[in-house]
Design a protein. Structure first.
Length: 76
């Protein structure tokens, strides 16, 4: 999905960034707040959200598209 959303570290904060973009959509003081904002965007776009750790690696993802193997994330 081209329009996935990524929750990434941003200095001491967390940012939501669209896949393939260098610009951030929003900045939040906690990862949970950034995840909530990114999840809303991903739902509206029928996209995926990718949650990155402080090390930059993807640690979780959730799909809101027509993915037959859609993840059912119960951690967030």
């Amino acid at each position: 999905m081209k329009n996935g959303q990524h929750v990434v570290p941003y200095g001491n904060d967390w940012a939501v960034r669209r896949a393939g973009s260098d610009r951030v959509t929003s900045i939040h003081p906690t990862q949970a707040e950034a995840y909530d904002a990114g999840r809303d965007i991903a739902r509206n776009q029928s996209a995926e959200i990718f949650l990155h750790g402080r090390d930059g690696r993807i640690r979780d993802r959730e799909s809101f598209g027509n993915d037959p193997h859609r993840s059912h994330d119960t951690k967030h």
